[in-house]
Design a binder for this molecule. Structure first.
Ligand SMILES: [Ca+2]
Ligand SMILES: [Ca+2]
Ligand SMILES: [Ca+2]
Length: 282
């Protein structure tokens, strides 16, 4: 008997055929039915799932900004799969790059999104940071905390007073420690918004135009770090995503329910294939 070896093209063709047949028969496939992360405008996604962490390197599963874990950091059970845990110890952070020329950052609009679990709230908390706030010099953006409020800070050309001006947009409500919260900041070039657990908390129209970046940042997750400050997050962070456009309220709600991407960017055809095969044989 001849062995039946499928090449990628045959596999793809059969895959589409099976998918079409299943769709026609109306057989539900849970893996496809689940809510997935919006990909339009996505530029970075750090899931901290253990299969994406190799040694001290955390893979950016969408873009090419792999990050380095610096200091005392653990990968622990998180909101979805694994998350990163920082203990507040000095100098710890997950750094994408400290060279802004090598960073892929949003320029005109943005969304920054993550799940946060705080063991303790701090005055200048940084979940994900690309900022310099040193006296009157205020450039870049961050998502973090101001004590018990979540905070999205941003500096733009429209509000520039000569050396940059940040607006710290804080959530109106305050929250408890020891709970997971979905925190999102959006900026569409005219308005900043902060959402907590899918609910719009606050807006500001102070900033307008392109995002005003400094020449130097420590583009990092888990610490409010700039030239003269370094406040490490105390708790966990999970499913950190960065977009170069402002997601709508509906899209924010979608992403709050989302579990991962529709298709792995690496194209894990064999996995999809076996999942469809398993569903088809039921
Ligand atoms: Ca995760
Ligand atoms: Ca500072
Ligand atoms: Ca200023």
């Amino acid at each position: 008997m001849l062995p039946f070896v499928m090449n990628a093209t045959t596999k793809k063709a059969i895959l589409s055929l099976v998918a079409a047949l299943i769709a026609g028969l109306g057989i539900g496939i849970p893996v496809i039915a689940q809510t997935v992360v919006i990909e339009d405008g996505l530029i970075g996604y750090w899931s901290f799932d253990k299969n994406t962490v190799k040694g001290n390197t955390v893979e950016d599963i969408w873009g090419d900004q792999d990050a380095e874990m610096i200091g005392k950091i653990e990968i622990v059970q998180g909101k979805f799969g694994e998350a990163v845990q920082l203990g507040g110890g000095a100098g710890a952070r997950v750094e994408m790059t400290d060279d802004i020329k090598k960073a892929t950052l949003p320029t005109e609009e943005m969304t920054v999104e993550l799940w946060a679990w705080d063991e303790q709230f701090i005055e200048w908390g940084g979940y994900i940071v690309a900022v310099q706030d040193n006296g009157a010099f205020e450039k870049g953006w961050l998502l973090g905390t101001r004590w018990k409020a979540f905070s999205f800070a941003l500096s733009s050309d429209g509000a520039d007073d000569g050396d940059g001006l940040l607006t710290y947009l804080n959530s109106v409500n305050t929250y408890d420690v020891g709970e997971w919260h979905h925190v999102v900041g959006t900026y569409d070039g005219e308005e900043m918004k902060i959402y907590v657990d899918g609910k719009l908390e606050a807006t500001s129209s102070v900033q307008s135009g392109a995002i005003n970046y400094p020449d130097r940042v420590f583009f990092s997750i888990g610490a409010y770090k700039d030239d003269n400050e370094d406040f490490v997050h105390k708790g966990m962070l999970d499913e950190v995503r960065l977009y170069d456009r402002a997601l709508s309220e509906k899209e924010v709600a979608n992403n709050m329910e989302a579990e991962g991407l529709a298709v792995e960017p690496a194209g894990k055809l064999s996995l999809t294939w076996s999942q469809i095969k398993a569903a088809a044989s039921r």
